[in-house]
Write a protein that binds this ligand. Sequence first.
Ligand SMILES: Cc1cc2nc3c(=O)[nH]c(=O)nc-3n(C[C@H](O)[C@H](O)[C@H](O)COP(=O)(O)O)c2cc1C
Length: 348
Amino acid sequence: MYQLLKNILFKFDPEFDHRVVEFCLKNFAPLPLIADWMASQFCYMDLSLENEVEGMHFYNPVGLAAGFDKNATMIEGISLMGFAFAEIGSVTYVPQSGNPKPRVFRFVQEESLQNAMGFNNDGSSKIAQRVRKLYPYKTPLMISLGKNKEVPNALKNYEENLKAFQDLGDAYVFNASSPNTPNLRDLQNESFVRELFAMARSYTQKPLFLKVCPDNAIDVTLKVCESAISGGANGIVATNTSTDYSLVQSPKNIGGISGRALRNKSREVFYEIAKSFFGKATLISSGGIFDGEEAYDRIKMGASLVEIYSALIFQGPSVCKNINQEIANLLKADGYQNISEAIGVNVK
Ligand SMILES: Cc1cc2nc3c(=O)[nH]c(=O)nc-3n(C[C@H](O)[C@H](O)[C@H](O)COP(=O)(O)O)c2cc1C
């Protein structure tokens, strides 16, 4: 069914398609008959998948990665596609329109995307109002906080952004790893990250995460993670998109690559992080996860949760259910009663 729809959707510009999907999820998914139908089609329940992570209850380990619902307009539709949680945003303190279009590209054969969106979003004030209307949420809601493009003081900009969402996020993810805001990735340095989390801790006791890029030297990434954790972060989301354009055959010269082409790079970086921090911090894996086998591998490598984005574009709304069914089968085959027993078993 989605193959047919995909043939039509993929004839159009990715951002146009995204707007169509957003319109449908925003306006139709909450209607009772459609909501019931979506839940019956796309949600998968199995006790073996349920887990508590950082005080939040997750009925399965698969969440929607940041960037799909930048403006928090699709939260109900996202849960109805079977996701156990969503990372909305990245939101910036002040609204911004992002980079010039076109800024998203598909590589259909490689099931990969390249995007240079540049944090286009409605801004913290409007998005916070939207989110407030849905509180209390049906599933945990993480808020991804980005930085405005041009600001005199990055820390202050993140601070204002966090303040706008205070008490609204079940958790917050600080994103200093998007390649599409000039110099943003430079903020992945030990002293800034320590200050960032010390600042955030002074406002909230909710779980805090740092999302890292896959492109820095691994010792740099590990030091930055260490600073984040010692500064007050509960965990790390690894990874964001990659600026290694050799990952796809005919890359554009802007933005970051996601999807299957990112899988190996992302899992390597995740594993290095897990070897250093599993047991000390909560780890969330994102990057090139398309099936239950890959998701289960990341879980055994130390991920308490996984996040997907590109797989939803290439495989459609059943992807979350398929991944969860597969994880439940793999858990059973390995003799585990619950996912919590499998997390980190392969970390050496
Ligand atoms: C179009 C697009 C926009 C994205 N925007 C954001 C964003 O605003 N913030 C963020 O932290 N990550 C963003 N990402 C990165 C994803 O959250 C995810 O980490 C990355 O795509 C790797 O996962 P995937 O291979 O499953 O897509 C974006 C990805 C895509 C494809």
